[in-house]
Write a protein that binds this ligand. Sequence first.
Ligand SMILES: Nc1ncnc2c1ncn2[C@@H]1O[C@H](COP(=O)(O)OP(=O)(O)OP(=O)(O)O)[C@@H](O)[C@H]1O
Ligand SMILES: [Mg+2]
Length: 249
Amino acid sequence: MYENGKIYMGLADGARVELALNMCNRHGLIAGASGTGKTITMKVMAESFSDAGVPVFLCDVKGDVAGICAPGVSSEGMEKRIDRFGLRGSFAYKGYPTTFWDIYQTGGHAVRATVSDMGPELLSRILSLTPAQEGILHIMFRIADDKGLLLLDLKDLRAMLNYVSEHRAEYMMTYGNITPQSVAAILRALLPLEQQGGDLLRRAGARHPRLDAHRRGRPRHGQRARLREAGAEPDALRELPFVDALGAV
Ligand SMILES: Nc1ncnc2c1ncn2[C@@H]1O[C@H](COP(=O)(O)OP(=O)(O)OP(=O)(O)O)[C@@H](O)[C@H]1O
Ligand SMILES: [Mg+2]
């Protein structure tokens, strides 16, 4: 929990283990055997960040973090832990402000992102492209930029790929080799994404803000930052390849 400007993580040989906020921009790994408390540790960190006014984006693939929005209930085990960790008096069960981003756009806040927002690197990972194919995506994005074309959905991406392929002789002098085989492979890789609902990324409409993994909300003074979670439907989420890619950003 968040106390005195630090995250109180636990005890080791009777001494408090704390995480300083200015060290939290590093990568971290929580490891342990099944049932040893990895998820709860991550959840407590998310709650502490929220208390400190830092927005958190969580991918809730297994569906065991969503309860963060509701206060916990007292149990014998918890009462013992409150005493063991010296939290009597400072600990309170509370729910945290949560926005559920919903990739299916049925129950939560619609996830919306355009092809342009995603960019060539992320799209290449989603589509499992080879370096040569990724190179072509880079060229295609560059041409779209130069021409002032906005790539909104997968239809635009297809149209742009076909255009680049048809005019490859013209562009190869400036940007390098563009083989029809590589373009065809990218077009083929788009098929499963379309079938798995890739166009949902775009469909939400203007009233929903775009998904921006790097956006930082600016919490007002004294107000806890919003916690964001992806995944109202954990099982279905796992079927979508781009969820892994987003989680790995
Ligand atoms: N800090 C904690 N305070 C109170 N209870 C805890 C804490 N950490 C773990 N627990 C208890 O241990 C149980 C298992 O913890 P958790 O789900 O975090 O384990 P895990 O390592 O993520 O397991 P898995 O490998 O199965 O995902 C929790 O349901 C909870 O009852
Ligand atoms: Mg877990």
